[in-house]
Design a protein around this ligand. Structure first.
Ligand SMILES: Cc1cc2nc3c(=O)[nH]c(=O)nc-3n(C[C@H](O)[C@H](O)[C@H](O)COP(=O)(O)O)c2cc1C
Length: 163
């Protein structure tokens, strides 16, 4: 294995055991809500309110976000793990028509029944290697029904418990 491939393999391994919160980013694709499960989401700034995530540049949602200029973010709890699995199924369409709030006034779709959701306007997109870093300004915060928090670690969704 050459040095770069060695680093990639080691990085994959160390990141695999790094626990991460999970969101589903939603965007309109062919007029329908499409959801993609992400762990790279974070708050980038509170004032002004900006969020950030990285998505493989060649994917359907990455292209759609650039085209639409807007996206939704829904926070995953233990009750949404089945949806997160659907929204990360490789090589399959990830339309979530039955789970999305009907978009209104041109707002991007978000999912019902998550811990909460954001609607965001795309502020900037920066190519970062094989991913694109998307920065969005938060236009709306929607409070959801809540639910037990989960983290993704070592290939599994794990319930977070306080000790
Ligand atoms: C928990 C979890 C987190 C993920 N986080 C990201 C991420 O941050 N960025 C990314 O590009 N893909 C991420 N993925 C992969 C995507 O959800 C999806 O599986 C991938 O884009 C393949 O879909 P495609 O075959 O339609 O391109 C994650 C998958 C899982 C299960």
């Amino acid at each position: 294995m050459d040095h770069a491939a060695d680093i990639t393999a080691s990085l994959r391994e160390v990141m695999r055991e790094h626990p991460a919160g999970v969101v589903i980013v939603t965007v309109v694709v062919d007029g329908r809500p499409w959801g993609t499960t992400l762990s790279s989401f974070t708050l980038a700034s509170l004032d002004p309110p900006l969020v950030l995530f990285c998505l493989v540049s060649t994917t359907t949602p990455a292209r759609a976000i650039l085209q639409e200029g807007a996206f939704g973010v829904s926070f995953v709890t233990a009750q949404n793990v089945d949806v997160a699995r659907v929204a990360s199924a490789a090589g399959r369409p990830k339309f979530l028509d039955d789970l999305a709030e009907a978009p209104y006034h041109g707002a991007p779709p978000v999912l019902r029944a998550c811990r909460g959701s954001l609607t965001c306007r795309l502020e900037n997109a920066v190519a970062v290697g094989d991913h694109t870093a998307f920065i969005g300004s938060v236009s709306r915060v929607i409070t959801g029904p809540g639910g037990p928090p989960v983290a993704y670690c070592d290939g599994e969704y794990r319930l977070l418990k306080l000790t």
